[in-house]
Ligand binder design. Structure first.
Ligand code: GUN
Length: 293
Protein backbone atom coordinates (compact mmCIF):
# COMPACT_ATOMS: atom_id res chain seq x y z
CA UNK A 1 0.00 0.00 0.00
CA UNK A 2 1.23 3.50 -0.72
CA UNK A 3 -0.10 6.21 1.54
CA UNK A 4 -2.10 9.19 0.43
CA UNK A 5 0.12 12.24 0.94
CA UNK A 6 -1.34 14.95 3.17
CA UNK A 7 -0.29 18.07 1.31
CA UNK A 8 0.12 20.68 4.05
CA UNK A 9 1.11 23.37 1.55
CA UNK A 10 -2.07 22.95 -0.50
CA UNK A 11 -4.33 22.76 2.56
CA UNK A 12 -2.61 25.81 4.07
CA UNK A 13 -3.10 27.70 0.79
CA UNK A 14 -6.82 26.92 0.82
CA UNK A 15 -7.17 28.15 4.41
CA UNK A 16 -5.10 31.25 3.56
CA UNK A 17 -7.75 32.15 0.98
CA UNK A 18 -10.50 31.80 3.61
CA UNK A 19 -8.53 33.99 6.05
CA UNK A 20 -7.87 36.70 3.43
CA UNK A 21 -11.61 36.81 2.78
CA UNK A 22 -12.32 37.13 6.51
CA UNK A 23 -9.83 40.02 6.74
CA UNK A 24 -11.66 41.81 3.89
CA UNK A 25 -15.01 41.25 5.64
CA UNK A 26 -13.62 42.71 8.85
CA UNK A 27 -12.28 45.74 6.98
CA UNK A 28 -15.64 46.30 5.31
CA UNK A 29 -17.57 46.03 8.57
CA UNK A 30 -15.21 47.89 10.94
CA UNK A 31 -12.63 49.75 8.83
CA UNK A 32 -10.01 47.91 10.91
CA UNK A 33 -7.41 45.34 9.99
CA UNK A 34 -6.38 42.59 12.41
CA UNK A 35 -2.99 43.23 14.04
CA UNK A 36 -0.32 40.75 15.16
CA UNK A 37 2.65 41.79 17.31
CA UNK A 38 5.78 39.66 17.34
CA UNK A 39 8.33 39.94 20.13
CA UNK A 40 11.82 38.70 19.31
CA UNK A 41 14.47 38.61 22.02
CA UNK A 42 18.15 38.11 21.13
CA UNK A 43 19.79 36.97 17.94
CA UNK A 44 18.91 33.30 17.45
CA UNK A 45 18.90 32.87 13.66
CA UNK A 46 16.14 30.23 13.75
CA UNK A 47 13.86 32.44 15.84
CA UNK A 48 14.59 35.43 13.58
CA UNK A 49 13.66 33.32 10.54
CA UNK A 50 10.39 32.12 12.11
CA UNK A 51 9.39 35.67 13.06
CA UNK A 52 10.22 36.93 9.56
CA UNK A 53 8.08 34.17 8.03
CA UNK A 54 5.19 35.02 10.34
CA UNK A 55 5.34 38.72 9.41
CA UNK A 56 5.47 37.88 5.71
CA UNK A 57 2.45 35.58 6.05
CA UNK A 58 0.55 38.37 7.84
CA UNK A 59 1.25 40.79 4.98
CA UNK A 60 -0.05 38.27 2.42
CA UNK A 61 -3.54 38.21 3.98
CA UNK A 62 -3.76 41.86 5.07
CA UNK A 63 -2.93 41.46 8.77
CA UNK A 64 -0.97 44.42 10.14
CA UNK A 65 2.36 43.48 11.78
CA UNK A 66 3.83 45.12 14.86
CA UNK A 67 7.42 44.22 15.52
CA UNK A 68 9.30 44.44 18.82
CA UNK A 69 12.97 43.42 18.85
CA UNK A 70 14.89 43.40 22.10
CA UNK A 71 18.54 42.55 22.89
CA UNK A 72 19.43 39.16 24.36
CA UNK A 73 20.34 40.78 27.70
CA UNK A 74 16.96 42.53 28.09
CA UNK A 75 15.74 42.51 31.69
CA UNK A 76 12.63 40.68 32.83
CA UNK A 77 11.09 44.06 33.69
CA UNK A 78 11.78 45.57 30.24
CA UNK A 79 10.30 42.53 28.51
CA UNK A 80 7.24 42.65 30.77
CA UNK A 81 6.79 46.34 29.94
CA UNK A 82 6.98 45.58 26.21
CA UNK A 83 4.25 42.94 26.58
CA UNK A 84 2.10 45.29 28.66
CA UNK A 85 2.41 48.05 26.06
CA UNK A 86 1.14 45.62 23.42
CA UNK A 87 -1.68 44.52 25.75
CA UNK A 88 -2.75 48.18 25.91
CA UNK A 89 -2.59 48.80 22.13
CA UNK A 90 -6.12 48.40 20.68
CA UNK A 91 -4.77 47.81 17.15
CA UNK A 92 -2.93 44.69 18.35
CA UNK A 93 -5.19 41.63 18.51
CA UNK A 94 -2.50 39.01 18.90
CA UNK A 95 0.82 38.94 20.74
CA UNK A 96 3.43 36.33 19.97
CA UNK A 97 6.57 36.12 22.10
CA UNK A 98 8.93 33.93 20.11
CA UNK A 99 10.33 31.02 22.15
CA UNK A 100 12.78 30.01 23.45
CA UNK A 101 13.61 33.06 25.56
CA UNK A 102 17.12 33.57 27.00
CA UNK A 103 17.87 31.55 30.12
CA UNK A 104 17.73 34.48 32.55
CA UNK A 105 14.12 35.27 31.59
CA UNK A 106 11.22 33.73 33.53
CA UNK A 107 9.26 32.42 30.54
CA UNK A 108 6.21 31.44 32.56
CA UNK A 109 5.81 34.96 33.92
CA UNK A 110 6.15 36.51 30.46
CA UNK A 111 3.63 34.15 28.85
CA UNK A 112 1.27 34.72 31.77
CA UNK A 113 1.53 38.51 31.28
CA UNK A 114 0.09 38.35 27.76
CA UNK A 115 -3.55 39.44 27.78
CA UNK A 116 -5.75 36.35 27.63
CA UNK A 117 -7.69 37.96 24.77
CA UNK A 118 -4.48 38.40 22.71
CA UNK A 119 -2.81 35.05 23.44
CA UNK A 120 -2.79 33.83 19.82
CA UNK A 121 -0.07 31.27 20.60
CA UNK A 122 -2.41 29.74 23.18
CA UNK A 123 0.47 29.40 25.69
CA UNK A 124 -1.06 31.45 28.53
CA UNK A 125 -1.41 29.15 31.56
CA UNK A 126 -5.17 29.81 31.65
CA UNK A 127 -5.64 28.89 28.00
CA UNK A 128 -3.55 25.73 28.47
CA UNK A 129 -5.49 24.96 31.67
CA UNK A 130 -8.81 25.28 29.88
CA UNK A 131 -7.51 23.15 27.02
CA UNK A 132 -6.69 20.45 29.58
CA UNK A 133 -10.14 20.36 31.20
CA UNK A 134 -13.47 19.05 30.05
CA UNK A 135 -15.99 21.60 28.79
CA UNK A 136 -13.68 24.59 29.35
CA UNK A 137 -13.04 26.11 25.96
CA UNK A 138 -9.76 28.03 25.67
CA UNK A 139 -9.87 31.36 23.81
CA UNK A 140 -7.01 30.13 21.62
CA UNK A 141 -5.56 26.74 20.75
CA UNK A 142 -1.77 26.51 20.14
CA UNK A 143 -0.98 26.77 16.45
CA UNK A 144 0.96 23.61 15.59
CA UNK A 145 -1.44 21.31 17.48
CA UNK A 146 -4.42 23.06 15.87
CA UNK A 147 -2.74 22.60 12.50
CA UNK A 148 -2.33 18.84 13.09
CA UNK A 149 -6.04 18.43 13.84
CA UNK A 150 -7.00 20.63 10.90
CA UNK A 151 -4.98 18.37 8.56
CA UNK A 152 -6.87 15.31 9.83
CA UNK A 153 -10.22 17.10 9.48
CA UNK A 154 -9.55 18.42 5.99
CA UNK A 155 -8.55 14.91 4.89
CA UNK A 156 -11.80 13.59 6.46
CA UNK A 157 -9.84 11.26 8.72
CA UNK A 158 -12.06 10.34 11.68
CA UNK A 159 -10.67 10.87 15.18
CA UNK A 160 -13.49 9.76 17.49
CA UNK A 161 -12.94 6.32 18.95
CA UNK A 162 -9.59 5.91 17.19
CA UNK A 163 -6.38 4.85 18.87
CA UNK A 164 -4.14 7.95 18.85
CA UNK A 165 -0.48 7.88 19.83
CA UNK A 166 1.46 11.10 20.44
CA UNK A 167 5.24 10.87 20.46
CA UNK A 168 6.57 13.68 22.65
CA UNK A 169 5.16 15.73 25.52
CA UNK A 170 6.44 19.26 24.87
CA UNK A 171 4.44 22.27 26.03
CA UNK A 172 4.33 23.60 22.46
CA UNK A 173 3.18 20.48 20.59
CA UNK A 174 2.97 17.07 22.30
CA UNK A 175 0.91 17.98 25.34
CA UNK A 176 -1.60 20.32 23.67
CA UNK A 177 -2.12 18.07 20.64
CA UNK A 178 -2.81 15.19 23.02
CA UNK A 179 -5.47 17.29 24.78
CA UNK A 180 -7.09 18.15 21.45
CA UNK A 181 -7.24 14.48 20.45
CA UNK A 182 -8.82 13.66 23.79
CA UNK A 183 -11.43 16.39 23.31
CA UNK A 184 -12.24 14.76 19.99
CA UNK A 185 -12.81 11.43 21.77
CA UNK A 186 -9.71 9.59 20.60
CA UNK A 187 -8.28 6.92 22.88
CA UNK A 188 -4.95 8.45 23.75
CA UNK A 189 -1.43 7.28 24.51
CA UNK A 190 1.40 9.76 25.08
CA UNK A 191 4.91 8.39 24.60
CA UNK A 192 8.20 9.92 25.76
CA UNK A 193 11.84 9.05 26.35
CA UNK A 194 11.00 6.60 29.17
CA UNK A 195 8.29 4.71 27.27
CA UNK A 196 8.95 0.98 27.07
CA UNK A 197 8.46 -1.01 23.86
CA UNK A 198 8.00 2.14 21.81
CA UNK A 199 7.67 0.40 18.42
CA UNK A 200 4.86 -1.80 19.80
CA UNK A 201 3.01 1.17 21.24
CA UNK A 202 3.35 3.11 17.98
CA UNK A 203 2.06 0.06 16.09
CA UNK A 204 -1.22 0.38 17.99
CA UNK A 205 -1.88 3.83 16.50
CA UNK A 206 -4.64 4.54 14.02
CA UNK A 207 -3.43 8.14 14.27
CA UNK A 208 0.22 8.87 15.01
CA UNK A 209 1.49 12.36 15.84
CA UNK A 210 5.29 12.39 15.91
CA UNK A 211 6.79 15.38 17.72
CA UNK A 212 10.06 14.33 19.31
CA UNK A 213 12.65 16.13 17.19
CA UNK A 214 14.68 13.00 16.32
CA UNK A 215 15.49 12.55 12.65
CA UNK A 216 13.69 9.58 11.03
CA UNK A 217 13.30 7.79 14.36
CA UNK A 218 9.97 6.17 13.49
CA UNK A 219 10.51 3.27 11.09
CA UNK A 220 8.09 1.81 8.59
CA UNK A 221 7.85 -1.39 10.64
CA UNK A 222 6.45 0.69 13.55
CA UNK A 223 3.44 1.84 11.56
CA UNK A 224 0.07 0.10 11.63
CA UNK A 225 -1.07 -0.57 8.05
CA UNK A 226 -3.49 2.17 6.99
CA UNK A 227 -2.63 4.53 9.87
CA UNK A 228 -2.68 8.31 9.54
CA UNK A 229 0.79 9.69 10.27
CA UNK A 230 1.30 13.36 11.13
CA UNK A 231 4.98 14.19 11.30
CA UNK A 232 5.70 17.41 13.21
CA UNK A 233 9.49 16.95 13.21
CA UNK A 234 11.77 19.09 11.09
CA UNK A 235 15.34 17.98 11.64
CA UNK A 236 18.50 18.98 9.78
CA UNK A 237 20.74 16.07 8.77
CA UNK A 238 24.13 16.36 7.09
CA UNK A 239 23.97 15.94 3.33
CA UNK A 240 27.11 16.86 1.39
CA UNK A 241 25.17 16.54 -1.89
CA UNK A 242 22.78 19.34 -0.88
CA UNK A 243 23.69 22.96 -1.68
CA UNK A 244 23.47 23.95 2.00
CA UNK A 245 25.31 20.82 3.20
CA UNK A 246 22.20 19.58 4.99
CA UNK A 247 18.61 18.59 4.30
CA UNK A 248 15.50 18.58 6.43
CA UNK A 249 13.74 15.37 7.45
CA UNK A 250 10.90 14.54 9.80
CA UNK A 251 10.73 12.35 12.90
CA UNK A 252 9.34 9.60 10.66
CA UNK A 253 11.30 7.67 8.04
CA UNK A 254 9.07 8.90 5.23
CA UNK A 255 10.29 6.54 2.51
CA UNK A 256 9.55 3.49 4.67
CA UNK A 257 6.41 4.75 6.37
CA UNK A 258 4.60 5.81 3.20
CA UNK A 259 4.61 2.19 2.06
CA UNK A 260 2.60 1.17 5.14
CA UNK A 261 0.53 4.16 6.25
CA UNK A 262 -2.86 5.11 4.84
CA UNK A 263 -2.11 8.84 5.06
CA UNK A 264 1.15 10.65 5.76
CA UNK A 265 2.47 14.20 5.90
CA UNK A 266 5.80 14.93 4.26
CA UNK A 267 8.30 17.00 6.22
CA UNK A 268 8.94 19.66 5.16
CA UNK A 269 5.62 20.48 3.47
CA UNK A 270 3.20 18.93 5.95
CA UNK A 271 2.60 20.42 9.37
CA UNK A 272 5.04 23.35 8.94
CA UNK A 273 2.88 25.45 6.58
CA UNK A 274 -0.13 24.85 8.85
CA UNK A 275 1.49 26.34 11.96
CA UNK A 276 1.73 29.83 10.50
CA UNK A 277 -1.72 29.62 8.95
CA UNK A 278 -3.25 28.74 12.33
CA UNK A 279 -1.49 31.77 13.83
CA UNK A 280 -3.18 33.94 11.21
CA UNK A 281 -6.49 32.19 11.91
CA UNK A 282 -6.15 32.85 15.66
CA UNK A 283 -5.26 36.50 15.00
CA UNK A 284 -8.26 37.12 12.75
CA UNK A 285 -10.57 35.29 15.19
CA UNK A 286 -9.20 37.52 17.96
CA UNK A 287 -9.86 40.71 15.98
CA UNK A 288 -13.40 39.57 15.16
CA UNK A 289 -14.00 38.86 18.83
CA UNK A 290 -12.58 42.28 19.78
CA UNK A 291 -14.94 44.08 17.37
CA UNK A 292 -17.89 41.78 17.99
CA UNK A 293 -18.29 40.78 14.32
N1 GUN B 1 9.04 28.45 19.12
C1 GUN B 1 8.85 27.27 18.47
N2 GUN B 1 7.55 27.13 18.12
C2 GUN B 1 6.91 28.25 18.56
C3 GUN B 1 5.57 28.69 18.49
O1 GUN B 1 4.67 28.03 17.97
N3 GUN B 1 5.32 29.90 19.06
C4 GUN B 1 6.29 30.63 19.67
N4 GUN B 1 5.95 31.80 20.21
N5 GUN B 1 7.54 30.25 19.74
C5 GUN B 1 7.85 29.06 19.20
Amino acid sequence: MTAQIIDGKAIAAAIRGEIAQDVQDLLTKTGKAPGLATVLVGERPDSATYVRMKKKACAEVGIQSFSVELPGDVSQEQLLQAVQALNANPDVHGILVQLPLPGHIDEEEILGAISLEKDVDGFHPLNIGRLSMKRRDPLFVPCTPRGCIELLDRMHIPIEGKQAVVLGRSNIVGLPVAMLLLHRNATLTICHSRTKNLPDVVRSADILIAAVGRAEMVKGSWIKPGAAVIDVGTNAVDDPSAAKGYRLVGDVDFAEAKEVAGYITPSPGGVGPMTIIMLLRNTVDSARRAYGV
